[in-house]
Design a protein around this ligand. Structure first.
Ligand SMILES: Cc1cc2nc3c(=O)[nH]c(=O)nc-3n(C[C@H](O)[C@H](O)[C@H](O)COP(=O)(O)OP(=O)(O)OC[C@H]3O[C@@H](n4cnc5c(N)ncnc54)[C@H](O)[C@@H]3O)c2cc1C
Length: 432
């Protein structure tokens, strides 16, 4: 059987682009696991619908994801979080300024006038201004601009949340400022009512309506290339052919299914050496609500963040129960050393219980995750959006790349969604 579009990977990027392409032709999505979802999969535990750790959505209906839902005539109810809080080393908590004037006034974390000045400056900056700083680290930029220490702390925390990079020595100043401008212009994060399942279900309904096929337990072993053109894929015991092949697996793994000798050396090196973000995630399933916080929660030390998705969408837990999720981004090297990872987890957990001691009283279950890949790519000075692989590979036609490790604005799922839309538009236009 032959298809118009064959998609490798049933994570959010694969399901997203599958829904879009199913409007234009016959789609098949191949996922190696027994379930779809990838790093955004949802697990059902004791009546709780558990996203894969902290999973709000940057820009919700205003971003690339929202654009696709609109195009597909599908809708997800996005809930806007309330006030975000920072828990500081001195044991106190203060409002975390997320851009709004009132939040800056109410926060004891930042000096009012200089924060306002900085945000106004960023709002006025043009694309060229950001691009000039893409290769500059946050640390170097602080020195260049003589940024005050309190503002530095706020910007590092913002970098950890917006671009999932708490490391100022390699976080890209240009990309951070660009992302802050996007927050100021189109809003911050949202949470989908009903959790991530509601997003997957909207895309799946579109795929099914257009007679698309989603096959789980179907691992692609090789992308078949003939005379420089992708023509199909090899599974364990069958070959499936398609006019266009779209690969959504993180590019670090691309050469497990694509013959290296077909690609240029610098492209291979770029893909293999791309640094992902790594982290420790902890979800607490609680017997009752222990905090009313409905915005993000930031910790100063260890630099980390979290939120309480059930305060935004109570449907994801059984009645009157609560789900709290936290994430600490760490160096990949730390997560691969099991003892070090365990040490970091114990410290992180102790820190969370210091500020939320009732967690231990009402704990039903705890899910720690040690992740060697949170986002497909760490947004940093060496691999900002213009340095990452693009949607096509030189010398191979009819093969497309998208997902959260290729070029695209933002970080994590945001990169995935923007890269999907970019790739989709190119495929559709190349068909015409
Ligand atoms: C703890 C945690 C917290 C996060 N928080 C957020 C957040 O708050 N906001 C946000 O936007 N993003 C967040 N992210 C990132 C987000 O989950 C990812 O960006 C997104 O899920 C990536 O989707 P993807 O489809 O591009 O890749 P993946 O999810 O990796 O999907 C690739 C799929 O391909 C499959 N596959 C691999 N090889 C093959 C093969 N050979 N054949 C067939 N199938 C194959 C895999 O099984 C997988 O299902 C978070 C991630 C984690 C882990």
């Amino acid at each position: 059987m032959s298809f118009d579009y064959l998609i490798i990977g049933g994570g959010i990027s694969g399901i997203h682009i599958g829904a879009l392409l199913s409007q234009h032709g016959k789609v098949i999505i191949l996922e190696k696991r027994h379930e779809i979802g990838g790093r955004a999969r949802v697990e059902h535990v004791k009546g709780f619908k558990l996203d894969y750790g902290v999973h709000p959505i940057r820009f919700g209906p205003q971003g690339a994801l929202g654009e696709s839902l609109l195009e597909l005539n599908r809708s997800v109810s996005f809930v806007k979080p309330g006030t975000s809080w920072a828990f500081l080393n001195n044991g106190k908590k203060t409002v975390f300024p997320t851009g709004g004037l009132m939040a800056i006034v109410r926060s004891s974390m930042v000096p009012f006038i200089s924060t306002l000045k900085l945000l106004l400056k960023v709002k006025k900056m043009e694309e060229r201004g950001f691009q000039e700083l893409y290769n500059t680290s946050l640390e170097d930029w602080f020195e260049q601009e003589n940024i005050r220490p309190e503002l530095r702390k706020f910007l590092i925390m913002t970098s950890s949340a917006i671009q999932v990079n708490p490391f100022p020595e390699r976080s890209s100043a240009g990309e951070l400022l660009h992302n802050i401008k996007r927050v100021l212009e189109i809003g911050s994060i949202y949470y989908p009512k009903g959790g991530w399942e509601s997003i997957f279900s909207q895309f799946i309904q579109s795929i099914e309506k257009n007679s698309g096929v989603i096959k789980t337990r179907s691992e692609v072993k090789e992308i078949i290339i003939e005379n420089g053109k992708a023509i199909g894929v090899q599974l364990n015991d069958e070959i499936i052919k398609a006019a266009e092949i779209i690969c959504t697996i993180p590019v670090q793994k691309l050469f497990s299914i694509l013959d290296e000798s077909l690609c240029r050396k610098n492209f291979i090196k770029k893909c293999k050496n791309l640094r992902p973000t790594a982290g420790i995630s902890i979800d607490f399933l609680l017997d009752k609500k222990i905090s009313e916080i409905d915005g993000m929660i930031f910790f100063e030390e260890p630099l980390s963040f979290g939120f309480i998705p059930s305060n935004l969408s109570p449907e994801i837990t059984p009645e009157n129960k609560s789900l709290m999720s936290f994430l600490q981004i760490v160096n990949l090297e730390d997560i691969t050393d099991r003892n070090r990872a365990d040490e970091l987890y114990q410290e992180f957990r102790k820190h969370i219980s210091k500020f939320f001691p009732k967690i231990d009283t009402y704990l039903i279950e705890e899910r720690p995750l040690f992740l060697d890949m949170v986002d497909g790519v760490e947004v940093n000075i060496c691999q900002h959006q213009f340095e990452r692989p693009a949607n096509q590979i030189e010398g191979i036609s009819n093969l497309w790349l998208c997902g959260d490790s290729v070029g695209g604005e933002g970080a994590g799922g945001d990169v995935g969604h923007t890269s999907v839309r970019k790739c989709y538009n190119k495929i559709i236009n190349s068909d015409v």
